[in-house]
Ligand binder design. Structure first.
Ligand SMILES: Cc1cc2nc3c(=O)[nH]c(=O)nc-3n(C[C@H](O)[C@H](O)[C@H](O)COP(=O)(O)OP(=O)(O)OC[C@H]3O[C@@H](n4cnc5c(N)ncnc54)[C@H](O)[C@@H]3O)c2cc1C
Length: 364
C-alpha cells in the first residue's frame, strides 16, 4: 500500500499532524503499536493556551479546571497564588489521545495498529517495515515519543531529559495544582488533581533516588502512596538539542525532544509542532526540512527562554520560591493562558530575580 505520509505514533503529536495533513487532502496512514485507547503516564495538565489548538469537542474531556497554584518549598513552607481565571485544565491521556486520533480519522487518516520496525529509501519515497508488513510512503513522520525508533533509525542517540515517576491515588485538590521545589537539584515534585483523585509525581535531570523521595514525601503528607510508574521527559533548551529528522523523515513532539525544560510541559509543544510540520510538508514537499526549521523558530525561542529560566530557577530554588509570591507566578499564569511568552517572562523577570537574590543572600 502506498501513502503520501506515514505517521508513526498516535500520541498528541502524531494524531494532530495526521489530522492536518488529511484535512489538506493527503493520503495519510497513522500507525500505533498499542491498542487504542491506551494508557500514557502523564499528569494530563494542559495549559489554557493549548485549547485553541484543539479540534472541536474537547470540552467533555476536561476533568478539572485550574485557577490557582500552590507553591511549596521542601514540604515545609507554602503559599497560594490565585489566578482568578482558568489557566489550565486536567485531562486523562487515555481519553484525550484517543479523541485526537478519532479526529484524525474523521479528517480521513487511516489508522493501523502496527509497530514501526524500520525503513529504507526507495527512489523518492520510503519502504516502511512494520509488524503488519511492508508499506510505502513519500514521507515518514516520527511521532513515536521519547524512545522514538524513528529517531534511532536516523542515528540520533543522545538527548537531554528528566527522569520521572508518577502514580494516581485518592485525594482532593479540585481547582489547584501544587508544585514543590527544593526536593531535587533540577526538577520538581507535583500533586495535581485528576478527576476525583490526584496524580503525584516527581521529575529530575539528576541522580536522586526518586522512589525514596516520593515515598518519604507521601508518608510525611499522609498521601496514599502507590507503586509509581516511570518514564522520561525529553527537553530542549538550545536549538541544537532539537532532533528534527532528515530529508523526508521528520520528527515531532517528544521524538524531536520538543518539551519545556522548566516544567516538562510537552502536549502543547507536540500539538503546536505537529501543525508546523504539516504546514512545512504542504508548503515544500520536495524539501520540507528547511521550511519546518523556519516555522519552528517561535516554538524554539520559547523553549530556549524556558531553558534560561530553568537554569536560574533550579540553580537558585529558594530565590525562585520567593519570587513566585510576587511577580513570577502571576506572570506565569499569563504565559499559561497564552498572553505572554517565556521570552518576555525572562526579560522582565531579571530585575525581580536580582532583588530577590539580594534579599536571600543578605537576608534583607
Ligand atoms: C510523568 C509525566 C508527566 C507528564 N505530565 C505532563 C503534563 O501534565 N502536561 C504536559 O503537557 N506534558 C506532560 N508530560 C509530557 C507529555 O506526556 C509528552 O510531552 C507528550 O506525551 C508528547 O506527545 P507525543 O505525541 O510526542 O508522544 P507520546 O504521547 O509519547 O506518543 C507516542 C506514541 O507513539 C507510539 N509508538 C512508540 N513507538 C512506536 C513504534 N515503534 N511504532 C508505532 N507506534 C509507536 C506510542 O505507543 C505512543 O502512543 C508528562 C510526561 C511524563 C512522563
Amino acid at each position: 500500500m502506498k501513502f503520501d505520509v506515514l505517521v508513526v505514533g498516535a500520541g498528541p503529536a502524531g494524531s494532530s499532524c495526521a489530522r492536518k495533513l488529511s484535512k489538506a487532502g493527503l493520503k495519510v496512514l497513522l500507525i500505533e503499536k498499542s491498542s487504542l485507547p491506551r494508557f500514557k503516564l502523564c499528569a494530563g495538565c494542559l495549559s489554557a493556551r493549548t485549547l485553541r489548538l484543539l479540534p472541536e469537542g474537547y470540552e467533555r474531556l476536561i476533568l478539572n479546571r485550574i485557577s490557582s497554584g500552590l507553591l511549596g518549598f521542601r514540604g515545609k513552607e507554602y503559599y497560594e497564588v490565585p489566578a482568578y481565571k482558568e489557566v489550565a485544565q486536567i485531562i486523562d491521556r487515555k481519553d484525550f489521545d484517543h479523541f485526537l486520533t478519532l479526529k484524525a480519522q474523521e479528517a480521513g487518516a487511516e489508522l493501523l495498529e502496527a509497530e514501526l520496525l524500520g525503513f529504507e529509501r526507495e527512489g523518492t519515497s520510503y519502504k516502511v517495515f512494520t509488524s503488519k508488513g511492508i508499506l510505502r510512503a513519500d514521507f515518514v513522520v516520527g511521532a513515536d515519543g521519547f524512545h522514538s525508533r524513528t529517531a534511532k533509525l536516523l542515528g540520533y542517540r543522545k538527548r537531554k531529559f528528566f527522569k520521572s515517576l508518577e502514580f494516581f491515588t485518592k485525594g482532593e485538590l479540585k481547582d489547584k495544582v501544587l508544585i514543590e521545589v527544593g526536593w531535587v537539584k533540577r526538577g520538581y515534585l507535583w500533586v495535581f488533581p485528576h478527576g476525583e483523585g490526584i496524580s503525584v509525581g516527581i521529575a529530575t535531570t539528576g541522580e536522586e533516588n526518586l522512589f525514596e523521595l516520593l515515598r518519604g514525601y507521601c508518608e510525611e503528607k499522609g498521601i496514599n502512596f502507590k507503586k509509581p510508574k516511570g518514564w522520561h521527559i525529553p527537553f530542549v533548551e538550545e536549538e541544537r538539542d532539537l532532533q528534527l529528522g532528515r530529508e523526508r523523515v521528520l520528527l515531532v513532539g517528544d521524538a524531536a525532544g520538543m518539551t519545556d525544560p522548566l516544567l516538562g510541559e510537552g502536549i502543547y509543544y507536540a500539538i503546536w509542532g505537529a501543525g508546523l510540520l504539516a504546514s512545512a510538508i504542504l508548503e515544500n514537499p520536495a524539501d520540507p526540512l528547511p521550511a519546518y526549521r523556519k516555522r519552528l523558530k517561535p516554538l524554539v525561542e520559547e523553549l530556549v527562554y524556558a531553558g534560561r529560566i530553568a537554569r536560574l530557577a533550579y540553580g537558585f530554588q529558594r530565590v525562585a520560591y520567593r519570587m513566585g509570591k510576587g511577580y513570577a507566578l502571576r506572570s506565569f499564569y499569563e504565559l499559561l493562558a497564552g498572553s505572554k511568552g517565556y521570552k518576555s517572562l525572562y526579560l522582565k523577570g531579571w530585575l525581580s530575580f536580582l532583588k530577590h537574590f539580594a534579599i536571600e543572600k543578605f537576608r534583607l
